[in-house]
Design a protein around this ligand. Structure first.
Ligand SMILES: Nc1nc2c(c(=O)[nH]1)N[C@H]1C(S)=C(S)[C@@H](COP(=O)(O)OP(=O)(O)OC[C@H]3O[C@@H](n4cnc5c(N)ncnc54)[C@H](O)[C@@H]3O)O[C@H]1N2
Ligand code: MOO
Length: 399
């Protein structure tokens, strides 16, 4: 008979597992949400040349006097490769982003000049040296650190890296994941149910949660409730994935084969059964570098155990912060639980308080669909009063 372990022990066991993070070189534009594995440095000065920040006229501040007209002898659109020099006594028509030639150092906006016969008179009494010019290297200098290892790459970082000329980055690879869904009763949605059948909800739900984490190397296997089939698909999954997630078949019923299949596949059992609700029969094992989670089949237990136990393990492969964001907040309405287990309850957190939702039973996803957090109630306490502080774990958001 398995000893029920505490939530803390279970989390520690998972947390202590050594993980070999894989480094992958990818195009910068494919690195959204990934963690940078190495420091990055600017390969050149950016901007790579002195650059106009306005549409206007470039001139030499030193050689110009108020009210003196300047003859416009050149035109320089953005991207133009020349001219490389303009006489100091002249002006050049210049556009935003274009390179300043030698001989000029200041740009006046086109709104602040008078143009006649290709001569300009500057009507900007406050203009000073270097106005409207972005200096070479003012964003970043060649060799300067651009982004530190450990940074999570967001849209702005991706833009910044492209802007300094980097096309590839080394990131920590997301793990490959196999989802094995067990159950004779399961039927894919979109077809009518026969008596006794149940619509299969967990594979799409887990794929969505994985995709939301940026994990897309996912294979899904469907298994009938028999030992041989479960062993074969677990072997297939072990040949492919870093992390294997089984759903259902992990309890004590005559048709629950996950624990036996894991044993047959030489997966070392690290725990089975936790003092918690939902998800009491959660199984966790390991085969060399691979992790195997057996999630209790009720869909709400599947998702709760996924966020509480699988999510942190998956995140560590990618070098990410491991725990769900945790807060202590007051309860909006009192709540009584009926046993000495830790409860993870579907909750809704807003305006600095949390409401424990209805429909907490683990066969029900209805309130999970409205939840934005899991409320953690500890083993000892039975009744939690209004305004009592409780721990909540925020569910990652999307959209
Ligand atoms: N005698 C006992 N029976 C049960 C116990 C127990 O301690 N003693 N624990 C209960 C708890 S708690 C849970 S949780 C379940 C876990 O059992 P399994 O992991 O073996 O899950 P299944 O029996 O395969 O399925 C449970 C339930 O969920 C439905 N299900 C399963 N997979 C899906 C899916 N992909 N999509 C939608 N629904 C799914 C399944 O039809 C069952 O209704 O055991 C209790 N029993
Ligand atoms: O613990 Mo089970 O996960 O109640 O359904």
């Amino acid at each position: 008979m398995d000893r029920l372990i505490s939530v803390e022990e279970a989390k520690n066991i998972i947390n202590e597992q050594q993980i070999k993070k894989k480094i992958l070189r990818v195009p910068v534009q494919d690195a959204l949400g990934k963690v940078l594995a190495t420091d990055l440095y600017a390969p050149i000065d950016i901007p790579a040349f002195h650059q106009s920040s306005m549409d206007g006229y470039a001139f030499s501040f030193k050689y110009w006097k108020q009210e003196q007209s300047l003859s416009v002898t050149h035109e320089i659109p953005a991207g133009s490769k020349g001219p490389l020099r303009v006489p100091e006594t002249n002006a050049a028509r210049i556009f935003t982003g274009a390179a300043l030639p030698l001989g000029v150092d200041t740009v006046v906006k086109q709104e602040l000049i008078e143009l006649k016969d290709n001569q300009i008179v500057i009507k900007d009494p406050s203009i000073s040296l270097g106005d409207n010019v972005r200096l070479k290297g003012s964003e970043i200098k060649e060799g300067e650190q651009a982004v530190a290892a450990g940074t999570v790459l967001g849209p702005a970082t991706i833009g910044f890296l492209c802007g300094i000329g980097l096309s590839e980055v080394d990131i920590f690879a997301s793990p490959s994941v196999a989802v094995i869904v067990t159950g004779d009763e399961l039927k894919q949605p979109g077809t009518p149910l026969a008596h006794g059948e149940v619509y299969e909800a967990s594979s799409a739900m887990l794929s969505a949660a994985l995709l939301q984490m940026g994990i897309n190397r996912v294979k899904t296997y469907y298994v009938k409730d028999n030992l041989d089939d479960t062993i074969i698909q677990l072997q297939n999954a072990l040949a492919f994935a870093d992390v294997i997630i089984l759903t259902g078949g992990v309890s004590v019923g005559d048709y629950d084969f996950v624990v036996r299949a894991a044993e047959a596949c030489e997966v070392e059992k690290l725990f089975h059964k936790i003092k918690q609700r939902p998800g009491k029969p959660l199984f966790f094992g390991r085969k060399s570098e691979q992790m195997v989670f057996g999630l209790p089949g009720n869909p709400s237990s599947v998702l709760t155990c996924f966020y509480e136990y699988v999510w942190p393990a998956l995140r560590s492969f990618g070098g990410h912060e491991k725990q769900l964001k945790t807060l202590k907040v007051p309860l909006r309405i009192s709540y009584t639980k009926n046993n000495q287990l830790i409860h993870f309850l579907k909750g809704y957190y807003d305006n600095d308080k949390v409401t424990i939702l209805h429909a907490q039973e683990s066969y029900r996803l209805r309130s999970f669909a409205m939840a934005n957090c899991l409320v953690v109630l500890n083993e000892e306490m039975k009744t939690y009063l209004e305004e009592e502080l409780v721990e909540i774990h925020l569910i990652p958001t999307y959209g």
